[in-house]
Design a protein. Structure first.
Length: 439
């Protein structure tokens, strides 16, 4: 279905299923920001279904100008605007006007972290300060992110309450820029391919690349779990987009820039750190100097972000970044989606130990795989990231369904990254079987 009718059959299924998801969310969600998102997004997805139906019918009549990848990409951008950006701005405006329940808790947490960073030099409260909070506010006193995430709270810390100082606005801006640069990077590779070779299979490969890119961008933007997350919370989207940018730069062998991109992501959230390790393994196949160049940014930037807050208050850093995510904080995380890790931890004697052992075992298996068979392409590195994070999410004792956006998007970007590799590298100038399915 993915490639049928030039990809339009897959588009119809994608937008149709998304419409149903948004409508069910609007009708049944117990979270008011999610219900508000569903109300607006249902209309946006429905418009996309109608437009994709029109494209499908136009293709059957032979009107190819309205049915190519450029037209599909335009519809993807418009749908992202109506299903993610519009409800996000609407909720930000209402929140600035005093309406409650127009953002998930993490938005306020990050904005408060920005205020503390501006006033005290650290975004974190220490364990004693968290204990001193009222019982109902202790959970929101934690900032379980890397220090860089507090930067998204600085606009509200500096300019007070306004719709444009909402942290989600800045999440969306960084996401859009990172994804735009990633797509441009991959398309430039393909354009160079088309200019330097006239073989028919190269034309087919360019078409496959464009289709794979459209589908990849759809999953990173319009997929309901991504659109909902950006509109109501949003902190995972800039991390994800920077990871995708790093992988795209790696596909073009720009390893220094890839290290900077993944280092910025790692300075925001721990989810980027496994991706950095996989990228270092990928870069190592090109030599230790290349790996060192990537590692300088991938490791150096997160460490540089940690040093100032460590010097200001090391106990607060440990409490927020290590103890709380591991379940040893003053209060426990409410992230309790019923994945295997959570069910094992909750139902079995010594369940948390068993779940932790399974998680460590999965990590060791992936580490052995990286050492013995390091990824030779950015596409295979992306697959390792996707399956590795999927294993981690389902085995963690405390996790959320929303985190599945990471493995889903990584796995759907793999074909685009395979097809976007530099054409001048004779060692990789063949289309892997998995990438051929995008044609």
């Amino acid at each position: 279905m993915d490639g049928a009718a030039g990809g339009l059959a897959g588009d119809l299924w994608f937008y149709g299923a998304s419409t149903v998801f948004a409508a069910v969310t609007a009708a049944t969600s117990t979270l008011l920001p999610h219900r508000a998102w569903g109300t607006v997004a249902t209309a946006g997805y429905l418009l996309a279904v109608l437009a994709a139906t029109g494209q499908f019918l136009a293709r059957r009549r032979g009107v190819t100008r309205l049915t190519g990848t450029a037209a599909r990409a335009t519809l993807t951008a418009v749908t992202w605007a109506t299903t993610a950006l519009l409800p996000m701005v609407w909720q930000s405006v209402e929140r600035a006007g005093g309406h409650a329940d127009r953002a998930q808790e993490e938005v306020a947490v990050i904005e408060h972290a920005g205020i503390r960073l501006l006033d005290h030099g650290t975004p974190y409260l220490g364990p004693d300060a968290i204990r001193a909070l009222p019982a109902g506010e202790q959970l929101s006193g934690y900032t379980p992110y890397q220090p860089g995430m507090a930067l998204f709270g600085l606009p509200r810390a500096i300019a007070a309450d306004a719709w444009w100082t909402d942290a989600r606005i800045w999440f969306a801006l960084v996401t859009a820029v990172a994804l735009g640069v990633a797509v441009t990077t991959l398309r430039r590779t393909g354009k160079a391919l088309a200019r330097t070779a006239a073989r028919p299979d190269r034309s087919d490969r360019a078409d496959a690349r464009d289709h794979a890119l459209v589908r990849a961008v759809q999953f990173a933007t319009v997929l309901p779990v991504c659109a909902l997350t950006l509109a109501t919370g949003g902190d995972d989207l800039p991390v994800l987009a920077l990871c995708l940018l790093a992988l795209a730069l790696g596909a073009k062998h720009r390893f220094g820039a890839a290290g900077v991109a993944i280092g910025l992501a790692g300075a925001l959230k721990l989810f980027a750190w496994p991706v950095a390790l996989v990228l270092i393994g990928y870069a190592a196949t090109r030599g230790w100097r290349t790996a060192a160049r990537l590692a300088a940014g991938a490791i150096g930037l997160p460490v540089a972000a940690l040093i100032p807050v460590q010097l200001v208050d090391s106990s607060a850093l440990v409490e927020n970044v290590l103890r709380f995510p591991l379940g040893h904080g003053v209060v426990t995380s409410p992230a309790q989606s019923p994945f295997p890790g959570y069910l094992i931890a909750a139902a079995l004697p010594a369940g948390r130990v068993i779940a932790a052992a399974l998680l460590v075992g999965a990590g060791l298996l992936i580490a052995v795989r990286l050492v013995r068979r390091p990824p030779q392409t950015a596409g295979s590195a992306t697959l390792i990231c996707g399956y590795g994070l999927l294993a981690a999410i389902v085995l963690m004792p405390s996790t959320r369904f929303g985190y599945l956006l990471y493995p889903i998007v990584f796995l759907t970007w793999a074909p685009a990254l395979w097809l976007g590799r530099p054409a001048a590298d004779p060692a990789t100038d063949r289309t892997p079987p998995a990438a051929a399915t995008a044609r």
